[in-house]
Design a protein around this ligand. Structure first.
Ligand SMILES: [Cu+2]
Length: 183
């Protein structure tokens, strides 16, 4: 998971595997069904405590993931008005994934972005990103992340990401000589 600041809250992107395939539509009626939350606890080896927020009402109760039928993987992004600022206040806290019954099935401690995550945050040339370059520049669309070979050393993965041209007009024109669609 990576996090970026929004006014009085957090936007995070996620890519999860090993999920509850029952979360393939609306969440259930149980509390925390299919939920993904930042919890106030600072360890995955102890009780992670309740949801972490600084607003009066709990903003996490409606934040959930959805799998497609039969699948146990999903990815996406959520913006949550937690009232927690600055963003670094989330560091050290825990990110918890719940199953359909609301039980806690996965936990990770939130840390500073790794070197690879920082590299991945730089938009790269791709057909989709070049097509959306204006919207991405305006911030109304997110750049699609670069795909890179997994199961390599960190250095090889970093080199693979760095070998992709950075997203800009000149690099798009070079990569796709036929005028690309502007949107
Ligand atoms: Cu939770």
């Amino acid at each position: 998971m990576t996090q970026t600041p929004v006014s009085a809250g957090v936007t995070f992107t996620y890519a999860l595997t090993g999920l509850d395939s029952a979360c393939n539509g609306l969440p259930g009626s149980a509390a925390n069904s299919c939920g993904i939350h930042i919890h106030e606890g600072r360890s995955c080896y102890a009780d992670a405590g309740g949801h972490f927020y600084a607003t009066t009402a709990d903003p996490w109760t409606t934040v959930t993931y959805t799998t497609t039928s039969g699948a146990v993987i999903t990815s996406g992004s959520e913006s949550v008005a937690t009232g927690v600022t600055p963003l670094s206040e989330n560091l050290g806290k825990t990110f918890i994934v719940h199953d359909y019954a609301g039980a806690r099935i996965a936990c990770g401690q939130i840390t500073e972005p790794t070197f690879l995550q920082r590299l991945l945050a730089i938009p790269r040339v791709s057909p989709e990103n070049c097509k959306n370059i204006v919207a991405i520049a305006k911030g109304s669309k997110k750049a699609a992340p670069a795909s890179f070979p997994l199961n390599k050393s960190e250095k090889e993965m970093a080199n693979s990401i760095r070998s992709m041209p950075i997203l800009n007009e000149a690099n798009c024109a070079k990569a796709y000589p036929v005028p690309y669609m502007r949107g």
